[in-house]
Design a protein around this ligand. Structure first.
Ligand SMILES: [Zn+2]
Length: 378
Protein backbone atom coordinates (compact mmCIF):
# COMPACT_ATOMS: atom_id res chain seq x y z
CA UNK A 1 0.00 0.00 0.00
CA UNK A 2 1.28 3.47 -0.83
CA UNK A 3 1.55 6.18 1.80
CA UNK A 4 -1.32 8.08 0.22
CA UNK A 5 -3.56 5.05 0.33
CA UNK A 6 -2.72 4.40 3.95
CA UNK A 7 -3.56 7.92 4.90
CA UNK A 8 -6.77 7.74 2.97
CA UNK A 9 -7.76 4.51 4.63
CA UNK A 10 -7.48 6.10 8.04
CA UNK A 11 -9.77 9.01 7.29
CA UNK A 12 -13.18 7.44 7.86
CA UNK A 13 -12.40 5.80 11.17
CA UNK A 14 -10.48 8.43 13.16
CA UNK A 15 -12.19 7.28 16.32
CA UNK A 16 -9.50 5.79 18.47
CA UNK A 17 -5.84 4.98 18.26
CA UNK A 18 -6.57 1.27 18.50
CA UNK A 19 -8.73 1.28 15.41
CA UNK A 20 -6.09 3.18 13.46
CA UNK A 21 -3.40 0.73 14.39
CA UNK A 22 -5.45 -2.26 13.37
CA UNK A 23 -6.29 -0.70 10.00
CA UNK A 24 -2.77 -1.00 8.65
CA UNK A 25 -2.62 -4.63 9.70
CA UNK A 26 -5.87 -5.79 8.25
CA UNK A 27 -6.26 -7.56 4.94
CA UNK A 28 -9.85 -6.50 4.55
CA UNK A 29 -10.07 -4.94 1.08
CA UNK A 30 -10.23 -1.17 1.14
CA UNK A 31 -13.50 -0.16 -0.40
CA UNK A 32 -15.20 3.02 -1.25
CA UNK A 33 -14.45 4.60 2.08
CA UNK A 34 -10.74 4.29 1.39
CA UNK A 35 -10.09 6.05 -1.89
CA UNK A 36 -12.03 8.29 -4.12
CA UNK A 37 -14.36 6.34 -6.37
CA UNK A 38 -15.24 7.92 -9.70
CA UNK A 39 -18.68 6.30 -9.48
CA UNK A 40 -19.35 8.09 -6.23
CA UNK A 41 -18.42 11.43 -7.74
CA UNK A 42 -20.60 10.63 -10.75
CA UNK A 43 -23.49 9.75 -8.47
CA UNK A 44 -23.15 12.95 -6.43
CA UNK A 45 -22.87 14.99 -9.64
CA UNK A 46 -25.91 13.39 -11.21
CA UNK A 47 -27.93 13.81 -8.07
CA UNK A 48 -26.92 17.47 -7.61
CA UNK A 49 -27.91 18.15 -11.20
CA UNK A 50 -31.29 16.43 -10.85
CA UNK A 51 -31.85 18.26 -7.55
CA UNK A 52 -31.38 21.55 -9.42
CA UNK A 53 -27.95 22.62 -8.14
CA UNK A 54 -25.26 24.35 -10.19
CA UNK A 55 -21.88 22.64 -10.05
CA UNK A 56 -18.58 24.29 -10.99
CA UNK A 57 -15.16 22.75 -10.73
CA UNK A 58 -12.70 24.28 -8.27
CA UNK A 59 -8.97 23.65 -7.69
CA UNK A 60 -7.74 20.22 -6.52
CA UNK A 61 -10.74 18.45 -8.03
CA UNK A 62 -13.15 20.16 -5.63
CA UNK A 63 -16.62 21.26 -6.61
CA UNK A 64 -18.18 24.60 -5.89
CA UNK A 65 -21.91 24.03 -5.66
CA UNK A 66 -24.68 26.57 -5.78
CA UNK A 67 -27.48 24.79 -3.97
CA UNK A 68 -31.07 24.51 -5.17
CA UNK A 69 -33.59 26.42 -2.98
CA UNK A 70 -34.87 23.37 -1.05
CA UNK A 71 -31.33 22.23 -0.31
CA UNK A 72 -30.42 25.79 0.74
CA UNK A 73 -33.18 25.53 3.30
CA UNK A 74 -32.25 22.02 4.36
CA UNK A 75 -28.56 22.76 4.88
CA UNK A 76 -28.92 26.46 5.80
CA UNK A 77 -26.40 27.68 3.27
CA UNK A 78 -26.40 28.93 -0.29
CA UNK A 79 -23.23 27.36 -1.58
CA UNK A 80 -20.92 24.60 -0.55
CA UNK A 81 -17.44 23.51 -1.57
CA UNK A 82 -17.18 19.72 -1.87
CA UNK A 83 -13.83 17.99 -1.38
CA UNK A 84 -13.63 14.47 -2.81
CA UNK A 85 -9.95 13.62 -2.47
CA UNK A 86 -9.76 11.40 0.63
CA UNK A 87 -6.01 11.95 0.92
CA UNK A 88 -6.30 15.72 1.30
CA UNK A 89 -4.79 16.90 4.59
CA UNK A 90 -6.70 20.14 4.95
CA UNK A 91 -9.97 21.28 3.47
CA UNK A 92 -10.81 24.93 2.70
CA UNK A 93 -12.74 26.75 5.39
CA UNK A 94 -16.40 25.73 5.43
CA UNK A 95 -15.86 23.04 2.79
CA UNK A 96 -17.35 19.59 3.12
CA UNK A 97 -15.17 16.52 2.95
CA UNK A 98 -17.38 14.35 0.77
CA UNK A 99 -16.04 10.80 0.63
CA UNK A 100 -18.68 8.07 1.06
CA UNK A 101 -18.99 7.32 4.76
CA UNK A 102 -17.88 10.84 5.74
CA UNK A 103 -20.31 13.12 7.54
CA UNK A 104 -21.00 15.15 4.41
CA UNK A 105 -21.16 12.01 2.27
CA UNK A 106 -23.85 10.71 4.58
CA UNK A 107 -25.63 14.06 4.57
CA UNK A 108 -25.78 13.96 0.78
CA UNK A 109 -26.96 10.34 0.76
CA UNK A 110 -29.67 11.17 3.29
CA UNK A 111 -30.96 14.04 1.17
CA UNK A 112 -30.81 11.84 -1.94
CA UNK A 113 -32.70 9.07 -0.14
CA UNK A 114 -35.61 11.34 0.72
CA UNK A 115 -36.68 11.24 -2.89
CA UNK A 116 -35.17 8.34 -4.81
CA UNK A 117 -34.00 9.47 -8.21
CA UNK A 118 -36.26 8.15 -10.88
CA UNK A 119 -35.00 7.85 -14.42
CA UNK A 120 -36.08 6.15 -17.62
CA UNK A 121 -33.55 4.63 -19.94
CA UNK A 122 -33.17 2.37 -22.90
CA UNK A 123 -30.46 -0.27 -23.20
CA UNK A 124 -28.91 -0.03 -26.65
CA UNK A 125 -29.02 -3.22 -28.68
CA UNK A 126 -25.77 -4.80 -29.81
CA UNK A 127 -25.22 -5.69 -33.43
CA UNK A 128 -25.25 -8.57 -34.04
CA UNK A 129 -27.70 -9.32 -31.24
CA UNK A 130 -26.22 -12.75 -30.49
CA UNK A 131 -22.88 -14.52 -31.08
CA UNK A 132 -22.51 -16.35 -34.40
CA UNK A 133 -22.34 -19.69 -32.57
CA UNK A 134 -25.69 -19.00 -30.89
CA UNK A 135 -26.58 -21.16 -27.89
CA UNK A 136 -23.26 -23.01 -28.30
CA UNK A 137 -21.57 -19.90 -26.86
CA UNK A 138 -23.09 -20.61 -23.43
CA UNK A 139 -23.83 -24.36 -23.49
CA UNK A 140 -21.49 -27.23 -24.28
CA UNK A 141 -22.72 -30.30 -26.12
CA UNK A 142 -21.06 -33.70 -26.01
CA UNK A 143 -21.65 -36.25 -28.78
CA UNK A 144 -24.06 -33.86 -30.50
CA UNK A 145 -23.79 -31.31 -33.30
CA UNK A 146 -25.23 -27.82 -33.24
CA UNK A 147 -27.39 -26.61 -36.11
CA UNK A 148 -27.53 -23.02 -37.36
CA UNK A 149 -28.90 -20.54 -34.77
CA UNK A 150 -32.01 -18.59 -35.72
CA UNK A 151 -32.42 -15.26 -34.01
CA UNK A 152 -35.93 -13.82 -33.87
CA UNK A 153 -36.81 -10.12 -34.09
CA UNK A 154 -35.70 -7.79 -31.31
CA UNK A 155 -38.44 -6.65 -28.95
CA UNK A 156 -38.26 -4.41 -25.91
CA UNK A 157 -39.15 -5.56 -22.40
CA UNK A 158 -39.60 -3.47 -19.31
CA UNK A 159 -37.03 -3.93 -16.55
CA UNK A 160 -36.43 -1.98 -13.38
CA UNK A 161 -33.11 -1.37 -11.69
CA UNK A 162 -32.99 -0.57 -7.98
CA UNK A 163 -29.91 1.20 -6.72
CA UNK A 164 -28.97 0.86 -3.09
CA UNK A 165 -26.14 1.61 -0.74
CA UNK A 166 -25.38 -0.91 2.01
CA UNK A 167 -23.58 0.72 4.91
CA UNK A 168 -21.79 -1.01 7.73
CA UNK A 169 -21.53 0.99 10.91
CA UNK A 170 -19.18 0.13 13.71
CA UNK A 171 -15.45 -0.49 13.65
CA UNK A 172 -14.47 0.52 10.16
CA UNK A 173 -17.43 2.14 8.48
CA UNK A 174 -17.89 0.69 5.03
CA UNK A 175 -20.14 1.22 2.10
CA UNK A 176 -21.02 -0.78 -0.95
CA UNK A 177 -23.18 0.18 -3.86
CA UNK A 178 -25.46 -2.46 -5.32
CA UNK A 179 -27.89 -2.60 -8.18
CA UNK A 180 -30.69 -5.14 -8.51
CA UNK A 181 -32.30 -5.65 -11.90
CA UNK A 182 -35.86 -6.94 -11.87
CA UNK A 183 -37.65 -8.38 -14.90
CA UNK A 184 -41.14 -7.77 -16.24
CA UNK A 185 -42.74 -10.33 -13.90
CA UNK A 186 -40.97 -9.09 -10.76
CA UNK A 187 -38.30 -11.80 -10.93
CA UNK A 188 -34.77 -10.78 -9.95
CA UNK A 189 -32.57 -11.06 -13.03
CA UNK A 190 -29.26 -9.95 -11.60
CA UNK A 191 -27.58 -8.26 -8.65
CA UNK A 192 -24.27 -6.54 -9.05
CA UNK A 193 -21.97 -4.74 -6.71
CA UNK A 194 -21.84 -1.63 -8.83
CA UNK A 195 -23.33 1.86 -8.90
CA UNK A 196 -24.91 1.23 -12.33
CA UNK A 197 -26.23 -1.73 -14.27
CA UNK A 198 -22.99 -3.12 -15.74
CA UNK A 199 -22.05 -3.83 -19.36
CA UNK A 200 -24.78 -1.83 -20.99
CA UNK A 201 -24.83 1.32 -23.10
CA UNK A 202 -27.79 3.44 -22.03
CA UNK A 203 -29.78 6.10 -23.81
CA UNK A 204 -32.12 8.45 -21.98
CA UNK A 205 -35.84 7.77 -22.35
CA UNK A 206 -37.94 4.66 -22.82
CA UNK A 207 -37.81 3.26 -26.34
CA UNK A 208 -40.90 1.45 -27.69
CA UNK A 209 -42.61 1.49 -24.35
CA UNK A 210 -45.56 3.80 -24.10
CA UNK A 211 -48.04 2.63 -21.50
CA UNK A 212 -47.65 3.53 -17.86
CA UNK A 213 -47.03 0.96 -15.20
CA UNK A 214 -49.89 -0.68 -13.36
CA UNK A 215 -49.67 0.12 -9.65
CA UNK A 216 -49.81 -3.59 -8.67
CA UNK A 217 -46.87 -4.37 -10.92
CA UNK A 218 -44.91 -1.46 -9.52
CA UNK A 219 -45.63 -2.77 -6.03
CA UNK A 220 -44.54 -6.30 -6.95
CA UNK A 221 -41.27 -4.96 -8.35
CA UNK A 222 -40.58 -2.94 -5.27
CA UNK A 223 -41.27 -5.94 -3.01
CA UNK A 224 -38.98 -8.19 -5.04
CA UNK A 225 -36.23 -5.61 -4.96
CA UNK A 226 -36.62 -4.98 -1.25
CA UNK A 227 -36.50 -8.70 -0.39
CA UNK A 228 -33.37 -9.10 -2.52
CA UNK A 229 -31.67 -6.10 -0.96
CA UNK A 230 -32.43 -7.34 2.53
CA UNK A 231 -31.12 -10.78 1.66
CA UNK A 232 -28.02 -9.14 0.24
CA UNK A 233 -27.50 -7.08 3.37
CA UNK A 234 -27.65 -10.10 5.66
CA UNK A 235 -25.27 -11.99 3.39
CA UNK A 236 -22.82 -9.09 3.54
CA UNK A 237 -23.33 -8.85 7.30
CA UNK A 238 -22.44 -12.50 7.83
CA UNK A 239 -19.23 -11.97 5.90
CA UNK A 240 -18.43 -8.75 7.68
CA UNK A 241 -19.03 -10.32 11.08
CA UNK A 242 -16.06 -12.58 10.46
CA UNK A 243 -13.66 -9.88 9.25
CA UNK A 244 -14.81 -7.28 11.77
CA UNK A 245 -14.70 -9.85 14.58
CA UNK A 246 -11.13 -10.65 13.68
CA UNK A 247 -10.12 -6.98 13.89
CA UNK A 248 -11.96 -6.52 17.17
CA UNK A 249 -10.31 -9.60 18.71
CA UNK A 250 -6.88 -8.44 17.56
CA UNK A 251 -7.45 -5.10 19.26
CA UNK A 252 -8.67 -6.78 22.45
CA UNK A 253 -5.61 -8.99 22.39
CA UNK A 254 -3.24 -6.02 22.14
CA UNK A 255 -5.10 -4.30 24.93
CA UNK A 256 -4.87 -7.45 27.04
CA UNK A 257 -1.15 -7.83 26.41
CA UNK A 258 -0.56 -4.22 27.40
CA UNK A 259 -2.55 -4.39 30.64
CA UNK A 260 -1.33 -7.82 31.72
CA UNK A 261 2.24 -6.57 31.40
CA UNK A 262 1.45 -3.45 33.42
CA UNK A 263 -0.36 -5.44 36.12
CA UNK A 264 2.46 -7.93 36.32
CA UNK A 265 4.92 -5.08 36.78
CA UNK A 266 2.78 -3.59 39.54
CA UNK A 267 2.44 -6.91 41.31
CA UNK A 268 6.15 -7.52 41.08
CA UNK A 269 6.85 -4.09 42.57
CA UNK A 270 4.15 -4.83 45.14
CA UNK A 271 5.87 -8.04 46.24
CA UNK A 272 9.20 -6.24 46.65
CA UNK A 273 7.64 -3.50 48.73
CA UNK A 274 5.51 -5.66 51.03
CA UNK A 275 8.23 -5.73 53.61
CA UNK A 276 8.26 -1.95 53.65
CA UNK A 277 4.58 -1.70 54.63
CA UNK A 278 3.52 -0.14 51.34
CA UNK A 279 1.41 -3.13 50.54
CA UNK A 280 -2.01 -1.54 50.57
CA UNK A 281 -1.20 1.43 48.37
CA UNK A 282 0.52 -0.62 45.67
CA UNK A 283 -2.10 -3.30 45.71
CA UNK A 284 -4.59 -0.54 44.91
CA UNK A 285 -2.69 0.33 41.70
CA UNK A 286 -3.04 -3.19 40.29
CA UNK A 287 -6.77 -3.10 41.03
CA UNK A 288 -7.07 0.25 39.30
CA UNK A 289 -5.32 -1.18 36.26
CA UNK A 290 -7.71 -4.14 36.13
CA UNK A 291 -10.70 -1.81 36.24
CA UNK A 292 -9.19 0.39 33.57
CA UNK A 293 -8.58 -2.70 31.40
CA UNK A 294 -12.21 -3.77 31.74
CA UNK A 295 -13.44 -0.30 30.88
CA UNK A 296 -11.24 -0.05 27.80
CA UNK A 297 -12.20 -3.55 26.63
CA UNK A 298 -15.90 -2.66 26.91
CA UNK A 299 -15.20 0.45 24.82
CA UNK A 300 -13.47 -1.61 22.15
CA UNK A 301 -16.38 -4.06 22.00
CA UNK A 302 -18.85 -1.24 21.69
CA UNK A 303 -16.84 0.51 19.00
CA UNK A 304 -16.73 -2.65 16.87
CA UNK A 305 -20.39 -3.47 17.32
CA UNK A 306 -21.85 -3.82 13.86
CA UNK A 307 -25.00 -2.47 12.32
CA UNK A 308 -25.99 -2.75 8.69
CA UNK A 309 -28.25 -0.39 6.85
CA UNK A 310 -29.71 -0.61 3.35
CA UNK A 311 -30.84 2.48 1.56
CA UNK A 312 -32.49 2.72 -1.79
CA UNK A 313 -31.38 5.82 -3.63
CA UNK A 314 -32.46 5.36 -7.17
CA UNK A 315 -34.95 3.60 -9.39
CA UNK A 316 -34.45 3.20 -13.11
CA UNK A 317 -37.06 1.99 -15.49
CA UNK A 318 -35.47 0.33 -18.50
CA UNK A 319 -36.58 -0.59 -21.95
CA UNK A 320 -34.47 -3.67 -22.63
CA UNK A 321 -33.89 -5.38 -26.00
CA UNK A 322 -34.48 -9.13 -26.04
CA UNK A 323 -34.94 -11.73 -28.75
CA UNK A 324 -35.69 -15.44 -29.01
CA UNK A 325 -33.03 -17.78 -30.25
CA UNK A 326 -33.74 -21.20 -31.68
CA UNK A 327 -31.13 -23.81 -32.50
CA UNK A 328 -31.10 -27.53 -33.19
CA UNK A 329 -28.95 -30.19 -31.61
CA UNK A 330 -28.37 -33.12 -33.90
CA UNK A 331 -27.06 -36.62 -33.61
CA UNK A 332 -27.71 -38.91 -36.56
CA UNK A 333 -31.43 -38.85 -37.27
CA UNK A 334 -32.23 -37.21 -33.93
CA UNK A 335 -33.02 -33.49 -33.99
CA UNK A 336 -33.91 -31.58 -30.83
CA UNK A 337 -34.91 -27.94 -30.93
CA UNK A 338 -33.53 -25.73 -28.16
CA UNK A 339 -34.71 -22.30 -27.11
CA UNK A 340 -32.93 -19.43 -25.48
CA UNK A 341 -33.80 -15.80 -24.69
CA UNK A 342 -31.08 -13.40 -25.76
CA UNK A 343 -30.15 -10.31 -23.81
CA UNK A 344 -29.52 -8.22 -26.91
CA UNK A 345 -28.05 -5.32 -24.90
CA UNK A 346 -25.15 -7.61 -24.05
CA UNK A 347 -25.40 -10.00 -26.98
CA UNK A 348 -25.71 -12.89 -24.57
CA UNK A 349 -28.05 -15.89 -24.85
CA UNK A 350 -29.53 -17.40 -21.69
CA UNK A 351 -28.87 -21.05 -20.88
CA UNK A 352 -31.24 -23.37 -22.76
CA UNK A 353 -33.59 -25.60 -20.78
CA UNK A 354 -32.66 -29.27 -20.64
CA UNK A 355 -35.05 -31.06 -23.09
CA UNK A 356 -35.62 -33.76 -20.46
CA UNK A 357 -36.08 -31.87 -17.17
CA UNK A 358 -36.29 -28.23 -18.21
CA UNK A 359 -33.52 -26.96 -15.90
CA UNK A 360 -31.14 -24.40 -17.44
CA UNK A 361 -28.20 -26.44 -18.70
CA UNK A 362 -24.52 -25.61 -19.28
CA UNK A 363 -23.83 -29.03 -20.71
CA UNK A 364 -26.01 -31.32 -22.80
CA UNK A 365 -25.23 -34.93 -23.68
CA UNK A 366 -26.82 -37.80 -25.53
CA UNK A 367 -28.50 -40.20 -23.16
CA UNK A 368 -30.70 -43.20 -24.04
CA UNK A 369 -31.53 -41.86 -27.48
CA UNK A 370 -32.43 -38.42 -26.15
CA UNK A 371 -30.76 -35.14 -25.18
CA UNK A 372 -30.25 -34.56 -21.44
CA UNK A 373 -28.32 -32.43 -18.96
CA UNK A 374 -25.59 -33.94 -16.78
CA UNK A 375 -28.12 -34.51 -13.97
CA UNK A 376 -30.63 -36.33 -16.14
CA UNK A 377 -27.93 -38.41 -17.86
CA UNK A 378 -26.24 -39.39 -14.58
ZN1 LIG B 1 -32.11 -32.41 -17.26
Amino acid sequence: MTAAKKKAAKKPLARGKGAKRSESETRVPLGETALEQPEWRAFVGRWLEIAGCKVESAPHGDWEVELAPDLQKRWRRQRVRLVFDPARNTVPRGAWFTAPGSTAGRRILEAAMDRPMFTRRTALAQVPGAPATGIASVCKARGLTWGTPRLGPVRYERRVAFHAVITRWGGLPWQEQWVVLVGAGGEVLERDQAPQVPDVRPREGLYQMGEDLEPELRERWLLAARATLEELASEREREWEVSVGRLRDAELERLGAFFSARIEEEEERDRRRTSRDEHELEHGDATQLKLEWERRAAEVRQRWEMRTEVRLWGIEEWSWPVADLEQELKSGAMHVKLHSAVDVARGKPSLPGCPTCGTPAELLVRARGHVACANCAG
